[in-house]
Design a protein around this ligand. Structure first.
Ligand code: NAP
Length: 242
């Protein structure tokens, strides 16, 4: 049985991705600060969920140790770095160059950029055993100035896109593929109703669903994409073209 680790699976895109992998018969290991909904735990292939704050490097080390123990020497077929935050200041503004505490930029980068880096390194050996795949969830905001995303978020995602490129070449030596999926406007708790105003800028004329992202992530982790590494797939309904 194939095994995947998905971060940030308590809701949103991460949760939909976990459900997709389960449907395809994979063993799923997840984490988030919160528990997953109880009905998910009834699926015996959802073999473990670890509550962890991935913006804390020490907590990541402890999480990686727990997962490696859980794997017990088994190969890992995929790692999906999905957990992320788009922070607002106490005035509900997006964290930018001119507003918000600079220290908050560090915690955004810890979660959105350093956690994927730390986890990829921690799981490189079990991933190499299966010639597995890493998928980093980036964002359209890492490529274009977005009306509602702050600079802290956008630059952390731009850095993750760059890391995907670099990791693809380093991990190729291990036989591990590394790709990114860049969502546009996806209906989750991360986006508010103001995002509906962006629909006229989306060629496919609708917001995306969590399943739209999950299916792309899943396919990138399969053998059908065995010769694809270092790419970033825009799941944006064409929004990145305008
Ligand atoms: N929704 C969009 O339109 C959109 C667009 C572009 C990119 N993205 C990216 O897609 C990914 C998922 O977004 P989403 O919309 O599904 O977000 P979401 O609904 O806010 O879910 C985020 C997930 O990450 C977990 N998480 C947050 N902070 C964490 C932490 N410190 N440690 C561990 N887990 C943490 C959350 O669980 P807990 O709160 O329980 O920890 C939750 O499971 C993110 O990387 C986001 O940047 C989303």
């Amino acid at each position: 049985m194939n095994t995947v680790i998905i971060t940030g699976a308590s809701r949103g895109i991460g949760h939909a991705t976990a459900v997709r992998f389960l449907r395809e018969g994979w063993r799923v290991i997840t984490c988030a600060r919160a528990e997953v909904p109880p009905e998910c735990k009834m699926d015996r292939n959802w073999s473990a969920h670890f509550p962890v704050d991935l913006s804390d490097p020490n907590a990541i080390d402890a999480f990686a140790r727990q997962v490696l123990e859980h794997l017990n020497g088994d190969p890992l077929h995929a790692l999906v770095n999905n957990a992320g935050v788009s922070p607002k200041t106490s005035f509900k503004e997006r964290l930018g160059v001119l507003n918000g505490a600079i220290d908050r930029w560090r915690s955004v980068f810890e979660l959105n950029f350093f956690a994927p880096l730390r986890l990829a390194r921690a799981f490189a050996t079990p991933l190499s055993k299966s010639k597995g795949a890493v998928v980093n969830i980036t964002s359209i905001a890492g490529h274009y100035v977005h009306p509602f995303a702050g600079s802290a978020y956008s630059t952390s995602k731009a850095a993750l896109s760059g890391l995907t490129r670099e990791m693809a070449v380093e991990f190729a030596q291990l036989g591990v593929r590394v790709n990114a999926v860049a969502p546009g406007e996806i209906k989750t708790e991360m986006v508010s109703s103001e995002y509906e105003a962006l629909i006229p800028r989306i060629p496919l004329d609708r917001m995306g669903s969590t399943d739209d992202v999950a299916s792309c992530v899943y396919r990138l982790c399969t053998e059908e994409f065995a010769y694809v590494t270092g790419t970033e797939v825009f799941v944006t309904g064409g929004q990145h073209l305008l």
